[in-house]
Design a protein around this ligand. Structure first.
Ligand SMILES: [Zn+2]
Length: 481
């Protein structure tokens, strides 16, 4: 049965959706916890009880396991793990990249994944390290694409196959890989080999790679950010249009004694209190957790709940159209995330195209807010205003005779028609006292209006300290002091 993906609601490039594979459907954005049958700090049943609708496991581990191989082949993964939700399997390409001696072919792993009853199968792609040079990235991408073609040709268009998108750190290769995966008919595309970028906090590079892959991948395809498991970056990734995450982080961090929060992580020894509503944190003191013989398991339980709760928070934010507010909040948790956020804002023109028309609110949160999609869209819309010959933009609320129309002004957007006062974004935007960035942004709106309405004579009513910004951004326009 083919993998189908349905988009129900959008915000920025993020989507609320539903992915269906193997007769099971889950809501997206979704987090698939990684489960290793040999090391289970948290069981699949517990994951299900926490609200995980899907999980991911490694087919290679099952194929090599004395204990689990036969069980998986006879009973199927769902019964072996005790999980009725969606189960995706990875091929072992990660082991291949780390150990280099995986004795398995593309078709062998796909047949094995099918035989153990996985709902989504991943071909044996080559995860190109972001530091690989262009030659290597191109060579490896060719191998990956050949394996994707082979999988589609042999298993047919309806096999539940994921089409990984590789290409290292090279945006053009990522874009090409995404486009080809779409042309081959893959409706589920994991963006691979980004873990080293996240491990070294290279969020700016991550944004470049993901945005490039997204340019190639059809918008109707479900996108999985392979290996992304830290809750602090989920909102940023969803804003770019990533729908699925998988987390081994909950267990890896627990093993290192690290306590995840929605905006970062802390060493458990440094905590004096547990700032989280999950059952582990409400039933233990920090002291008890630090010294518990079950510390790793308890931390894993907490870490996973924090991660799943963040996914729920993101789904609600998309529903409400407040994803930018959440991205802004999360990305201030670490300077490198802020760098990634600013890199994302530089793609505002692209993101504006997929962003929704109306939202619950726009909260101004500083200079970054001026580059949001809502501001870009509002200022684009100014081009289409039909205006009489003599126009006054009133920044200070004053009116003067001799004009055919007076346009009020709201930063960071710009001039607007009075009848749009109640509509989004003018009516639903909350701004604090004006600051220079927002006024400059609003003046760029006036500039755009002037450029697209050369037949009109435009004047600005402005007093006091903002006149300097007006003179800088729209120097040719008459200002009434
Ligand atoms: Zn907790």
């Amino acid at each position: 049965m083919a993998i189908t993906f349905e988009i129900l609601e959008e915000d920025i490039a993020g989507r609320l959706g539903k992915i269906k594979a193997g007769g099971r459907s889950i809501r997206t954005p979704a987090l698939l916890p990684v489960i290793n049958p040999h090391l289970q700090p948290v069981t699949a049943r517990e994951m299900s009880a926490m609200g995980a609708e899907g999980l991911i496991t490694n087919a290679y581990i099952f194929s090599r396991s004395m204990e689990f191989r036969e069980q998986a082949l006879t009973l199927g993964l769902h019964r072996v793990l005790g999980f009725d939700g969606l189960i995706m399997t990875d091929s072992g390409s990660f082991q291949l990249s780390v150990y280099g001696d995986v004795e398995i072919t593309n078709m062998e792993t796909l047949e094995f994944q099918n035989a153990i009853g996985s709902d989504i199968h991943v071909p044996l792609d080559i995860p190109t390290h972001p530091d690989a040079d262009r030659d290597q990235a191109e060579r490896e991408l060719e191998v990956t694409m050949a394996r994707l073609r082979e999988a589609k040709e042999i298993l047919g268009p309806d096999a539940p196959l994921a089409g990984p998108v590789q290409g290292g750190r090279f945006p053009d290769l990522r874009e090409k890989a995404g486009r080809e995966a779409g042309e081959l008919g893959f409706s589920f595309c994991p963006i691979g080999a980004v873990v080293p970028l996240m491990e070294s906090y290279r969020y700016e590079d991550l944004v470049s790679v993901v945005m490039a892959a997204k340019r190639g991948i059809p918008t109707s395809s479900c996108v999985h950010l392979f290996g992304a498991g830290h809750p602090a970056m989920f909102a940023l990734a969803v804003a770019m249009g990533c729908d699925i995450f998988d987390s081994a982080a909950y267990a890896l961090y627990a093993r290192e004694g690290r306590y995840l929060t929605p905006s970062g992580s802390a060493k458990i020894q440094e905590l004096h209190d547990l700032p989280c509503p999950c059952h582990v944190c409400r039933s233990h003191t920090a002291e008890e957790l630090i010294h518990s013989p079950e510390r790793e398991r308890l931390l894993a339980l907490h870490n996973l709940q924090v991660s799943l709760a963040e996914i729920s928070r993101i789904r609600q934010a998309i529903q409400d159209g407040v994803l930018w507010e959440l991205v802004d909040e999360r990305c201030r948790g670490h300077p490198q995330l802020l760098k990634g956020y600013r890199a994302l804002l530089n793609h505002g023109g692209t993101l504006e195209i997929s962003d929704r028309v109306s939202k619950r609110r726009f909260f101004y949160r500083g200079a970054e807010s001026c580059k949001r999609t809502e501001v870009i869209r509002f200022q684009k819309m100014l081009d289409r205003l039909v205006l009489p010959p003599r126009v006054l933009v009133s920044m200070d609320g004053r009116a003067f005779p001799g004009f055919d129309i007076i346009l009020p002004f709201k930063p960071p957007f710009g001039p607007f028609m009075d009848e749009l006062r109640e509509t989004f974004p003018i009516g639903q935007s909350e701004i604090p006292d004006w600051d220079e960035e927002m006024v400059a942004s609003g003046c760029r709106g006036i500039q755009r209006l002037a450029e697209t309405h050369r037949e009109c004579s435009i004047a600005i009513s402005c007093q006091g300290r903002w006149r300097e910004i007006v003179a800088r951004i729209v120097p040719g326009i008459e200002v009434i002091p």
